[in-house]
Design a protein around this ligand. Structure first.
Ligand SMILES: Nc1ncnc2c1ncn2[C@@H]1O[C@H](COP(=O)(O)OP(=O)(O)OP(=O)(O)O)[C@@H](O)[C@H]1O
Length: 276
């Protein structure tokens, strides 16, 4: 990584005797990722406050998945620095990974395990004692309404069930920060409500959730804090009220921020729905 990425981002502005403020849940500095000619993430600086329900929103191709993949140690940045709870993700990966849970996009699971076996395996990988894994798995399967399918193979799970077992696996070790890429995609309203309740309980205990979504109503109803991405950059960040500003809804503010509010399809698609 180039020199620019190596410098220390610890806050040294406070005097020597001053109490250290708790680090943000996530701190990102000068983050870049290119795929050939395509710049997916173009020099992001971002601090995500701890203990909040945070939404990362942006249009298709904005760079949300690429950012979350780098932040969670799944994709190496070209340049930049990432800390979670004050620890460098790429220098201290084992420690950081023990403190985070991740539900990635296009989640790959061990398909030939049952839901219960998957949780048992994940729990042991996380170093939890067997009896603790058993008891946590039973509770998670129950709360997420998967108890009746716990012995079914994951390959036979529906999209929503896969999201829920993935969420259970990500929560099993009680992480400090949970990252979810589109957790509600393909999930029915009943399961969405269940997931929502689990996440609200989790953030209520002081943990942080960072999730990406396109669904503004969902972000507006769930999140305390929002970052808006477009074309690999952060266009706005802050509390919901700060990002919404004077706009009537987050959706309106979002369209304005990403410059899509005035797109008109009327003339270009004049053949659509006309005489055949
Ligand atoms: N592995 C890759 N190889 C080449 N280009 C990539 C790769 N991954 C992402 N990109 C490109 O980087 C840009 C950002 O993609 P990314 O998946 O991060 O966006 P996103 O905001 O998550 O989009 P969506 O909401 O559609 O999932 C896009 O232009 C995408 O085509």
């Amino acid at each position: 990584m180039p020199d620019q990425a190596q410098h220390d981002v610890t806050d040294r502005t406070a005097g020597p005797g001053a109490p250290r403020a708790a680090p943000p849940a996530v701190r990102v500095e000068g983050l870049w990722k290119r795929f050939g000619e395509q710049t997916a993430v173009a020099g992001i600086d971002l601090e995500l406050p701890a203990g909040k329900f945070i939404g990362l929103v942006g249009p298709n191709g904005a760079g949300k998945t690429t950012t979350l993949s780098m932040v969670t140690g799944l994709l190496r940045p070209d340049q930049g620095r990432i800390e979670i709870g004050g620890r460098d993700v790429w220098r201290d990966p084992v420690e950081v990974k023990s403190r985070i849970g991740v539900l990635p996009e296009g989640l790959r699971l061990f398909e030939r395990l049952s839901g219960r076996e998957l949780l048992a395996y994940t729990g042991r990988l996380r170093g939890l004692p067997g009896h603790e894994v058993d008891s946590r798995a039973t509770q998670l399967l129950d709360v997420l309404d998967l108890a009746g399918s716990q012995h079914k193979l994951v390959i036979d799970y529906s999209t929503g069930m896969r999201k829920k077992i993935g969420l259970a696996a990500a929560l099993l070790h009680n992480p400090e920060v949970l990252f979810l890429d589109e957790p509600f995609e393909g999930v029915d309203p009943v399961s969405a409500q269940t997931i929502r309740q689990v996440l609200e309980r989790y953030t209520g205990s002081g943990a942080t959730v960072v999730f990406s979504s396109h669904v503004m109503e969902l972000v507006e109803s769930l999140c305390d804090w929002v970052a808006v991405m477009a074309a690999g950059t952060i266009r706005a960040r802050g509390t919901l009220a700060e990002v919404r500003g004077d706009a009537p809804s987050l959706q309106n503010a979002f369209l304005e921020l990403v410059g899509a509010g005035d797109r008109d399809t009327g003339e270009t698609l004049d053949w659509l729905g006309g005489a055949r």
